[in-house]
Design a protein around this ligand. Structure first.
Ligand SMILES: O=C(O)CCC(=O)C(=O)O
Ligand SMILES: [Fe+2]
Length: 318
């Protein structure tokens, strides 16, 4: 992107909320909240996620995806609906699409603080790339902390107690996903790297899209490219937060398009963190978001029930 090109999404600095004075914190809350209300996407700097950690995990993820497919398939975890371990190329598709995305991915899930109360399927250890899980787990914790901070600002924006989300995200169902979009070797029939979709979770934090291609659909229905700069991470609202706020905060449709033919040989690696609450969190619409113009749009449901429904729709759960 040239220096003068306008940004598609606003940019905010999280350290202004974490370390700033009252006025700076209030300004941050408004900027973040307005971005989530108007566009559903925002760029964040000052997020506290160490660049070295991202870079090192990136290297480990590349090593993992370079393994033979038979080796990678050892990490397909039975009964985990793709929520742990490896999901092979051509498996996941967007909910309205019959055609699978041009990607493979690896998902790391919650390691609960108190192992004796673990309700989740454990994460396998990747023996061929020993740093992969330790770096992934560290990155998971960093994302969880930055995401928790963003949700504190959103609680204030919604007029609630700052700690409203805190109890729900401790030991929540969040997922760190390393995605590999391999080089394209022949004209895809209709598939693109990631077909248009909305994320399921509360918010998504995305780092290191190693190449372009990420686009959001604006309210006029046009596709706009998102080009993060330097250490900026891209945050978007997912369907759970949209549902909780009765569509006041927007879960915006996005996709990853194929590059021009000259760049087909370039793979793309990205690392989204899908921040999910604990399964028992209720997603019933907040009464404060219901108005005459905005009547209740959704039935009451828990996060666990909602996730289950969505995993079936995208082909990860039978
Ligand atoms: O690869 C990307 O940049 C975005 C991927 C994405 O939107 C997703 O996995 O939900
Ligand atoms: Fe997404």
């Amino acid at each position: 992107m040239s220096v003068s090109a306008p940004r598609t999404i606003p940019l905010v600095n999280l350290s202004q909320f974490e370390k700033g004075d009252k006025a700076q914190r209030e300004a941050f809350v408004q900027e973040l909240g307005n971005a989530f209300h108007n566009i559903g996407f925002v760029g964040v700097t000052g997020h506290g996620i160490a660049k070295d950690l991202i870079d090192d995990f990136y290297v480990a993820a590349k090593k993992f995806f370079a393994l033979p497919v038979e080796t990678k398939r050892k990490y397909e975890v039975e009964g985990a609906a793709g929520q742990r371990g490896y999901t092979s190329f051509g498996k996941e598709h967007a909910k309205q699409s019959q055609v699978a995305d041009l990607k493979e991915f690896y998902q790391i899930g919650q390691e609960v603080r108190d192992r004796s109360s673990n309700v989740f399927v454990p994460n396998p250890e990747v023996t061929e790339v020993p740093q992969f899980m330790s770096l992934g787990t560290q990155l998971y914790r960093s994302f969880e902390a930055a995401g928790g901070s963003l949700l504190r600002a959103i609680s204030l924006y919604l007029g609630r107690d700052e700690k409203y989300f805190d109890e729900y995200i401790v030991d929540g169902m969040s997922i760190l996903r390393a995605i590999h979009y391999p080089p394209i070797t022949q004209e895809p029939k209709s598939a693109i790297r990631a077909e248009q979709h909305e994320d399921i979770n509360l918010i998504t934090l995305l780092v290191g899209a190693s190449a372009g291609g990420l686009e959001l659909q604006n309210t006029a229905g046009e596709w706009q490219e998102i080009v993060p700069e330097n250490d900026e991470i891209v945050i978007n609202v997912g369907d759970m937060l949209q549902r909780l706020t009765n569509n006041y905060l927007k879960s915006t449709t996005h996709r990853v398009v194929n590059p021009p033919r000259e760049q087909w040989h370039e793979p793309r690696l990205s690392i989204p963190f899908f921040l999910h609450p604990r399964p028992e969190m209720r997603l019933d619409v907040l009464p404060s978001t219901v108005t005459d113009d905005r009547p209740v749009a959704y039935e009451p449901i828990t996060a666990g029930e909602y996730l289950d429904e969505r995993l079936r729709e995208i082909g990860l759960k039978k």
